[in-house]
Design a protein around this ligand. Structure first.
Ligand code: ZN
Ligand code: ZN
Length: 337
């Protein structure tokens, strides 16, 4: 079969690889879509420590089960599934206190083992969630990132009637915006420097989409009850920390460069009783993400591009340009015509 292979940091290309076979407890999924995300860029660039090269990346995948290994009863051949790529060890301190996303022995599909930028992939059956036939292909491919946003929402106090400010109008920021809206936000505004993204954000139902929080009455005034960073960019984080209303919450949702530090005023955190919290990946949020989509949340407009496997380079260039939204790779697209 064909798959995108990262042989070493900086070297990535579609290649012929052996078809996967299911080990006991595994199934083989014929991948219909797999989302490209920042984590893949870190794998391509070699900045993500647990990766063992060569690796087939891709952790936001959906498709159809085409083969099941020994002992597998669910899912069955023919089932449409979304795959939770995270595989906590179950044995470390954090797994045993019920915080598997903080696992000390982190393994994940598309990171430490073959992922979804391939025609087929073998995955543990327990990572598969059967999804309805009614889901659009775009929605099905967005379940994994949405489950990250659901976990982020779960980390927030979720009090109705509060005003939210989100930094970053990319896919993750807009998913968070859609979710906090369903959780009873009084208003949701977004800050981004990219005008193209801001124009889309306005069409996506944001109350305000601006290049600086100074342009917002609450930004200049009392601040927002909840500020979410979905950029990982230090200037955005520092600006956002200063826009939290007294008694409010700041959520670090974006992935920052591990080497960078952000400055904040400890006095402000003390005197205004600001909660600073973090949210990392997926935690008990995969099924809820599916259920939110099934309830009618329409995220299809978030997918801006779909490329075949052989166009992976073009997809990466488009991602790095930062002008689109979610990019999906459809590994079997060429075959299906
Ligand atoms: Zn991702
Ligand atoms: Zn663990």
């Amino acid at each position: 079969m064909r798959a995108v292979v990262v042989t070493e940091p900086g070297r990535v290309a579609p290649a012929d690889v052996p078809d996967p076979r299911p080990e006991p407890g595994e199934v083989v999924v014929r991948v219909s879509s797999c989302g490209l995300c920042g984590t893949d860029m870190h794998i391509l660039g070699g900045e993500l420590p647990p990766v063992t090269y060569p690796v087939i990346p891709g952790h936001e995948l959906t498709g159809e089960v085409v083969e099941v290994g020994e002992g597998v009863t669910v899912p069955a051949v023919g089932d449409r599934v979304a795959v939770d790529p995270n595989m906590p060890c179950g044995a470390c301190h954090y797994c045993r206190i019920g915080r598997g996303n903080l696992c000390e022995d982190y393994r994940a599909i598309g990171v430490t083992q073959a992922g979804g930028f391939a025609e087929q992939v073998a995955v543990p059956a327990r990572c598969c969630y059967v999804i309805p036939a009614s889901f659009s292909e775009a929605s099905a491919g967005l379940i994994e990132p949405l489950s990250c946003a659901v976990h982020g929402l779960n980390r927030l106090p979720r009090r109705p009637g509060e005003h939210y400010l989100i930094y970053g109008a990319g896919t993750m920021g807009l998913m968070m915006a859609a979710l906090v809206r369903t959780a009873g936000a009084a208003s949701v505004s977004v800050v981004d420097l990219n005008e193209e993204r801001l124009a889309f954000a306005e069409s996506f139902g944001l109350d305000a989409a601006v290049t600086s929080a100074d342009k917002l009455a609450l930004g200049k005034g009392p601040g927002f009850e909840v500020v979410v960073d979905a950029t990982g960019a230090v200037p955005a984080i520092e600006d956002g920390l200063g826009r939290v209303r007294k008694g409010g919450t700041f959520l670090q949702f974006g992935v920052a460069d591990p080497a960078r530090k952000a400055a904040f005023s400890p006095y402000l955190v003390y005197n205004s009783e600001i909660d600073i919290i973090g949210s990392m990946a997926v935690h008990n949020s995969f099924q809820p993400a599916i259920d939110v989509l099934a309830s009618g949340l329409d995220l299809d407009p978030l997918v801006s591009d779909v490329y075949g496997l052989e166009d992976f380079d073009t997809a990466v260039a488009r991602f790095k340009a930062g002008t689109g939204r979610k990019i999906h790779i459809a590994p079997n697209q060429a075959k299906e015509g």
